[in-house]
Design a protein around this ligand. Structure first.
Ligand SMILES: Cc1cc2nc3c(=O)[nH]c(=O)nc-3n(C[C@H](O)[C@H](O)[C@H](O)COP(=O)(O)OP(=O)(O)OC[C@H]3O[C@@H](n4cnc5c(N)ncnc54)[C@H](O)[C@@H]3O)c2cc1C
Length: 415
C-alpha cells in the first residue's frame, strides 16, 4: 500500500475528547493527516446537549475528590494539560464561572463551544468522516486497518479511541467500542450509569412526583457513612433525582443493592429548632387538621407526604391533639427520610458511565499496553467525575494528552 493512502492518525469518535485529541495532534504535527471517524451524521452532538444546552465545560475546583476510577495519573493529566478556560480562550471563546465554580461559555450556549472546535479543526485541516461506525480494528505489522459497519476499510498508522461509554446512547454511545477493545485483550472495571437518577420503590414516592425540595442527601451502606451533598432534590414517579442525587450514582458500582440515601429536608435547621417551629404552628393552626401542619414550610404535596409518613395519625385529626413527642418524632423524620436504592436509572437517563477500560490497560501516555500505537481518551476509560463540569474537563484533558502523545509517537516516522 502506498504511504499516501495511509492516514497518520485516525480518531474514533467525534465527541469532546475526540475533537480535543484531533486538534492537539494536528497542532503538534501539522503535516500529519488527522481524520475523525464518527458514527453519527455530525460530530459533537452530545456536546450540544451538555449543561442543559449551556455546556458546563469545566470547574474552578478540580480536586481529586470529584473524580472516581482506576486511571492512576488522571489528576496529573488534568493538572498538566492546558486548562479548559485557556484551551477555549485560545479559540476566542470567553468563559465565566458561576457562584458554585462551574465554568460555562459566556454566551450561555453549547453551540459556541462546538463551533469554536469546528473552526479550529477547519483552520488546522483536521478531516472528519461522519457516518463511519467502527466495528473492527485489525493490526498488521506496519499499520492498523479500521473497518466500518458498511464494509469500508481505513488504514492508519496510529489510532486515538475516543468513542465514549454507554451513557446516553441517543447520542451515539452504546459501548460498542468498549466491546471491541475487550476482544483485543482489554479488560473493564464494573460498569454502571453515573450522574443519573437513583431508583427507589415507587410506592414510597406516591404523591411526590414533580416535587423539588432543597435539602441534603447522605449515602450510607449498612449504616456506614459514604458521602453527603446538599442541593435540590427532585422526586419522580420511581426515582430520586437532582444534582446531589446524581453525584451518588457512581456508588452503585461498589454498593449495588446495599445503598441507602438519607434525605434531610430541613438541612437549614437543627432538629430542636424544627420542633420549636412545629410547636408554634400547632399554636397558630390548632383548629385545623394535621394536613395543614407543614404547608407553611414545604410544597403542599411534600407537606402531606411527610405528615402521612412521619406521623401515625388520621389526616382529619386536629393539630391541637398532637402530643409534643409526636412533634419531635416528626421533626426527626423530616431530617432523616431513608430510601433504599433499588438501582440506578437507565443508560438513556444517565449522563456518564462509571467504569470503563481499566487504568491498568493503558500506560501513563494513555497508550494501550497490549497494542502500541493505540491511545485512549475520554469516557471510554475508567474515569468519571461528579456533575459540575468535571466530565467534560476529563474529556478535554485526556483528549489533549492522548493527541499530543500520539503525535509524539509518530515523530521520526516519514510523513
Ligand atoms: C445530557 C447530558 C448532559 C451532560 N452535561 C455535562 C456538562 O454540562 N458538563 C460535563 O462535564 N459533562 C456533561 N455530560 C457528560 C459529558 O458530555 C461526557 O462525559 C463527555 O461528552 C464524554 O466525552 P467523550 O468524547 O469521551 O465521549 P462522547 O462525547 O460520548 O463522544 C463519543 C463519540 O463517539 C462516537 N462513537 C461511538 N461509537 C462509535 C463507533 N463505533 N464508531 C465511530 N464513532 C463512534 C459517538 O457517536 C460520539 O460522538 C453530559 C452528558 C449528557 C448525556
Amino acid at each position: 500500500m502506498s504511504k499516501d493512502n495511509i492516514t497518520d492518525i485516525a480518531v474514533i469518535g467525534g465527541g469532546a475528547a475526540g475533537l480535543a485529541a484531533a486538534i492537539e495532534a494536528k497542532t503538534a504535527m501539522p503535516k500529519a493527516k488527522v481524520v475523525i471517524l464518527e458514527k453519527l451524521d455530525r460530530v459533537g452532538k452530545k456536546l450540544l446537549a451538555t449543561g442543559n444546552g449551556k455546556c458546563n465545560l469545566s470547574n474552578i475546583n478540580l480536586s481529586s475528590e470529584h473524580y472516581h476510577g482506576s486511571v492512576r495519573n488522571a489528576m496529573r493529566i488534568i493538572s498538566s494539560t492546558t486548562s479548559a478556560k485557556d484551551f477555549f480562550g485560545s479559540m476566542g471563546v470567553v468563559c465565566i464561572a458561576d457562584k458554585q465554580g462551574r465554568i460555562y461559555p459566556r454566551s450561555g450556549s453549547a453551540a459556541t463551544v462546538l463551533s469554536a472546535l469546528r473552526l479550529r479543526m477547519e483552520e488546522l485541516g483536521v478531516e472528519t468522516r461522519c457516518g463511519f461506525e467502527v466495528n473492527f480494528i485489525e493490526s498488521t505489522p506496519k499499520f492498523f486497518r479500521i473497518s466500518g459497519s458498511a464494509g469500508e476499510k481505513y488504514p492508519c498508522r496510529r489510532i486515538i479511541v475516543a468513542a465514549g461509554g454507554y451513557a446516553a446512547p441517543q447520542f451515539g454511545t452504546d459501548g460498542s467500542v468498549i466491546r471491541l477493545l475487550r476482544s483485543k485483550g482489554c479488560h473493564t472495571t464494573k460498569i454502571c450509569p453515573a450522574v443519573a437518577p437513583l431508583r427507589v420503590r415507587p410506592e414510597l414516592l406516591k404523591g411526590l412526583k414533580g416535587v423539588r425540595a432543597k435539602g441534603r442527601v447522605t449515602a450510607y451502606s449498612g449504616g456506614r457513612f459514604l458521602k453527603e451533598e446538599a442541593g435540590e432534590i427532585q422526586f419522580t414517579e420511581s426515582a430520586l433525582s437532582g444534582i446531589c442525587v446524581f453525584n451518588m450514582a457512581h456508588l452503585i458500582s461498589n454498593y449495588d443493592g446495599k445503598l441507602t440515601l438519607r434525605l434531610d429536608l430541613a438541612a437549614d435547621m437543627e432538629t430542636e429548632q424544627l420542633a420549636g417551629y412545629l410547636r408554634v404552628i400547632q399554636y397558630q393552626r390548632s383548629k385545623h387538621t394535621v394536613e395543614e401542619l407543614l404547608t407553611g414550610i414545604f410544597q403542599r404535596s411534600l407537606a402531606l407526604w411527610l405528615v402521612k409518613n412521619g406521623l401515625k395519625r388520621n389526616m382529619t385529626d386536629e393539630i391541637s391533639t398532637l402530643r409534643d413527642n409526636e412533634l419531635i418524632q416528626l421533626a426527626r423524620f423530616i431530617k432523616a427520610v431513608d430510601f433504599d436504592v433499588i438501582s440506578s436509572a437507565s443508560w438513556k437517563e444517565a449522563q456518564v458511565t462509571s467504569g470503563g477500560i481499566s487504568g491498568d490497560c493503558v500506560d501513563e501516555r494513555l497508550q494501550l499496553r497490549s497494542e502500541k500505537g493505540i491511545f485512549l481518551c475520554g469516557e471510554i476509560l475508567d474515569v468519571d467525575g461528579d456533575c459540575g463540569g468535571y466530565n467534560l474537563q476529563w474529556a478535554w484533558s485526556s483528549g489533549i494528552a492522548a493527541g499530543r502523545n500520539c503525535a509524539d509517537s509518530l515523530r521520526g516516522a516519514v510523513l
